[in-house]
Ligand binder design. Sequence first.
Ligand code: FES
Ligand SMILES: [Fe+2]
Length: 405
Amino acid sequence: MTVEKSATPRRLTPKDFQRTGPGTLAGRYMRMFWHPIFHSVDLKPGKAKPIKIMNVEYTLYRGEDGEPHLTQFRCPHRGAQLSVGWVEGDSIRCRYHGWKFGSSGACVAQPAEPKPFLEQIKLTTYPCRDYLGFVFAYLGEGEPPEMPRYPDFENFDGVLDHDSCVRGCNYYNDMDNGGDHAHSGFAHRNNPGSFDGFAECPAIDAEESDWGMTIYSRFTNDTRISQFGMPNIMHFKGQPSDHEVAIFRELLSWWVPIDDESHMLFLVARVEVTGDKAREYMERRERRLAARVAPGMEIALRVLRGEIELDELDPSTCDLLHIQDHVVQVGQGVLPDYDAENLGHSDRALILRRRIWGRELKALLTGTPMKHWHYAREKLKISRGAMERVYEEQRELRIDKKPSS
Ligand code: FES
Ligand SMILES: [Fe+2]
């Protein structure tokens, strides 16, 4: 792997932002941070999964003691896929010839070798741990930085509601959508609680913060404020997914590249419901998920091929909000050419994000200091602004129609 270095910064291209394979500029930058890589609940003790993050395949397994482990994808013997092997205690054994690797990556068994050469073999492992319902991993080199914590999501009376999806386009399409509240009145125009873009579009503004960027969407009467965290995080207030509870929720989301043409959107919402209400909330959530007829991306691709119409979808049988975003973002092109864009005033958040990102990438390229980003919740104002007002105004209508998603 060659790592590009240059004393004088060159002009960055869209590919510098979009490509995240090893050795790429964005790939090197992204690997300096912790990222969610999997839903904790989907990784059962004693089981292994193959995963791909930023164009690299890995083996993720959970030891029988419940601890997650992340290793290189293939067995160092002759390259078999380790995820089809067996988890034994906190170790993993390859299914091909039975080599076994401890949680540190040390080879501890080579059953077919009359003279084992264990000390010469090492499986590459990566730091990972469960947090907020996701497995987080550090995929960079050297000692990992301290893993960021979000205390408001750790200690509160309520439940964490996870709502993630795979989106079939470059992660930067989605990053650019973060804080682009001009799209909500069109892409999500008919959703409960959405404003109508023809009736009123917010004026978008953004400024750099200690964590990344504060984004303002100014409506006539109030302002929605969301926080972007470097390099790929949002903290914002979103409308309820469960209209019986109707609580505006604080959400954290991450855009994590799978490869250059798809990414995973990890979302966790903090829902302040307790006791029976919490149980009923989760039961309704399970029913909504069970009623979905097909993966959202599959439906979105049918819409994009002109086989079905977006406005005809029944929100009670699909993941409508995400499908609306899939359609507009995948529709931009899987790897769009930024040079063909014509950006306006409403694109101020994405312009600032790319400027900040560009500054950091150039610092990485030239070996000059990069900014240290810091999440301090008490300094980060978050408000849903007009959305809560619109949602309340539509409440009666919504109850009449009894939407189920
Ligand atoms: S390929 Fe894994 S033990 Fe042989
Ligand atoms: Fe959206």
